[in-house]
Design a protein. Structure first.
Length: 266
């Protein structure tokens, strides 16, 4: 019997009244992929992402993680099974340090109750020690050591995004879903983020990313899904997708990708 794909979405539909925001979209992500989801504004990318990650249940369709259906599980249950998710708007605790923000990511793995926290029981102390030790390891792993004690709100935007991803790693995820991680970044920050994501992938993490930056997607992702008006219009490797006439038409009417998008080697 063949090993199931790491993540599968089958026939996903999401309707809001009469609006068909996502219509019959399939997606398969294998272990080790950096999988990109692109499309013009309003194409349904984040709605599809939300339906896949439990934030918003699909109207129709099924979602699987390692062959197990997770379609109707709550987001925290899906997180425990190994899916981490970041959002387009950074959601850090601005007045907490980098280490404290990362430690919060361990909440699904800790056993302490409110009672334990109030009385500082043995369970609470063990959880605190675990979160602190693993938090330090993750910070060093992703190169955030110099910012360990810095308040998140005082960090440059690009570093804040890395902290958010580091916090997602605290879930010990099998797959990480990133929603427009390069949004609002300058070219240098975007380049650094792309290197950061490639480094995480080299460490064994499977990553799915929604992104508007075409150069970023074409250079970072090994497989790309293109949505337009809530429907899948193309899927394949970067060279295959950027030559697809449906994709070119969706973005530019009649034209082609920029030379930078085609050949960028950032």
């Amino acid at each position: 019997m063949s090993t199931p794909a790491l993540f599968e979405a089958k026939n996903i539909c999401k309707y809001f009244g009469g609006l068909k925001a996502v219509q019959q979209v399939d997606m398969t992500i294998e272990r080790g992929d950096i999988y990109g989801i692109i499309g013009p504004n309003g194409a349904g990318k984040t709605t599809f992402f939300n339906a896949c990650s439990g934030i918003d249940k699909p109207t129709k369709g099924h979602v699987y993680l390692e062959g197990e259906e997770i379609t109707h599980l709550a987001p925290e249950q899906i997180a425990k099974k190994g899916m981490a998710r970041t959002f387009q708007n950074i959601k850090l605790f601005r007045y907490m340090s980098v280490l404290e923000n990362v430690k919060i990511g361990f909440h699904n793995q800790l056993k302490s109750t409110l009672f334990d926290a109030i009385l500082h029981t043995k369970t609470y102390k063990q959880d605190e020690a675990f979160a602190a030790e693993r938090g330090e390891q993750i910070i060093e792993q992703v190169g955030l050591g110099p910012f360990r004690d810095t308040l998140a709100g005082n960090l440059p935007y690009g570093v804040q995004r890395k902290v958010e991803i580091a916090r997602a790693l605290a879930l010990d995820p099998k797959i990480i879903l990133l929603d427009e991680p390069a949004a609002g970044m300058n070219p240098s920050e975007t380049h650094n983020l792309m290197k950061f994501i490639k480094d995480l992938n080299a460490q064994g993490y499977t990553i799915a990313v929604i992104e508007h930056d075409m150069k970023f997607v074409m250079n970072a992702c090994n497989k790309i899904l293109v949505l337009n008006f809530g429907q899948k219009i193309s899927e394949g490797g970067p060279s295959e997708v950027q030559q697809d006439s449906k994709v070119i038409e969706a973005y530019f009417g009649k034209g082609s990708f920029t030379e930078e998008g085609r050949h960028g080697n950032a």
